[in-house]
Design a protein around this ligand. Structure first.
Ligand SMILES: [Zn+2]
Length: 185
């Protein structure tokens, strides 16, 4: 997911691409020696969902490389022109067979030298029968305590789930505080 081939030819005219620095301080760009087309190698955006079903969340076991056999939340690449939230919901439906509703953006996860930028939403179950499909060989519903930290697929999976668990703790502490404040009144 994070390695891209070196492009050799211009996608516009088929001329050869050469790396050159166009602006000092910026990375070198692939520039066509024939027509001058600049091939900007942009990040790739992925959209994932942490889907809550009752008090558990959905994890999928990857059936394809990279990280085959490891666990992830439902998600995949955003298509050009597609709304990011729509991509998150589409991927969940493709991979788990269910419709979801996006509740909130949990975070955006990116790493130096990595091509993929991962957006992670909090979502809730709406309808449909849960099943593992597409790029998954298995599925499980886990409580935050049951998350298999040593078998998660990507750094973004670990970081997003850590943020999710931290947010859950903060929310339940806030609820406890609110209860205590009521009692004291
Ligand atoms: Zn060209």
């Amino acid at each position: 997911m994070n390695t891209v081939p070196e492009y050799k030819f211009c996608p516009v005219c088929g001329g050869s691409l050469n790396a050159s620095v166009l602006k000092s301080g910026e990375p070198s760009r692939l520039v066509c020696s024939s027509c001058g087309f600049v091939f900007y190698q942009d990040p790739k955006l992925a959209a994932c969902s942490i889907v809550e079903v009752d008090r558990r969340i959905i994890l999928l076991q990857r059936s394809v490389q990279p990280q085959k056999g490891k666990w992830v939340m439902p998600g995949g690449f955003v298509d050009r022109g597609e709304e990011v939230k729509a991509a998150a919901m589409r991927e969940t439906e493709e991979e788990c067979g269910i419709k979801t509703r996006i509740k909130d953006l949990l975070g955006i996860y990116s790493y130096p030298g990595r091509v993929v930028v991962v957006s992670v939403y909090l979502a809730e179950y709406v309808s449909g029968a849960l099943r593992a499909a597409d790029e998954s060989m298995d599925m499980m519903l886990v409580t935050p305590e049951e998350i298999p930290w040593n078998d998660l697929a990507f750094p973004s999976t670990v970081d997003a789930l850590k943020d999710y668990v931290a947010r859950k703790k903060t929310n339940s502490l806030n609820r406890e505080d609110a209860k205590d404040a009521k009692k004291e009144q």
